[in-house]
Design a protein around this ligand. Sequence first.
Ligand SMILES: Nc1ncnc2c1ncn2[C@@H]1O[C@H](COP(=O)(O)OP(=O)(O)O)[C@@H](O)[C@H]1O
Ligand SMILES: [Mg+2]
Length: 207
Amino acid sequence: MSMDYEHNGKLITFEGCEGVGKSTQIRLLQEYFQSKGIDALFTREPGGTEVSERIRALLKDDGLDMCAETELLLFEAARYENTRKIIIPALEAGKIVVVDRYIDSTTAYQSFGRGLDRDTVERLNRYATAGVKIDLTVFLDAPPFANTSRGADDRMENAGAEFHDRVYEGYGKIGEGEERFVFVPTLGDKHATSENIIRLLSERGIV
Ligand SMILES: Nc1ncnc2c1ncn2[C@@H]1O[C@H](COP(=O)(O)OP(=O)(O)O)[C@@H](O)[C@H]1O
Ligand SMILES: [Mg+2]
């Protein structure tokens, strides 16, 4: 499915396990865009709108227990809001949109991690993205918690080591043979990684 209207924007998604440096790399990219005067919109999932941020709080609440299916639908609900209200208008305005996690997180976490049917997850992903096409996915390739042991009271982060290992393996399968999905090693100097990402954007004609 593709968007049934034209736009000149570009959609870049950042993916990866917990604590591998997604937020760090996105911040470095934001600094680069600012230094070059490139107009870009940065958002995160779940998040971006008031409704989505409230759903985020539900999803992260370590005091809540919910069915895996409920979790899936909440992520998709948050995604639809952010996509319709924030991401699509920015793409239509010709902007580069950078999102911290998107559909591959749902496939990796809710299908490979939680064990929900992959076709169902991918169908809901398509529905929740309203047919938006991703131009590039930067997968920060490192095992979960590579840089940190946050020990946060975060329901997803606290889902257990085996869960997070399945997520990492899942990402590997999602990215196999997928043109938009690029594996970027992320251990080591964060500035070197950032330069690799900027080079990738340039190779793909995004900047
Ligand atoms: N290349 C790196 N080397 C060492 N530490 C890093 C590197 N990149 C990020 N960090 C640190 O690791 C932690 C997790 O990074 P973060 O960007 O929050 O990961 P994510 O958003 O993927 O969960 C942070 O404390 C961050 O400062
Ligand atoms: Mg982060």
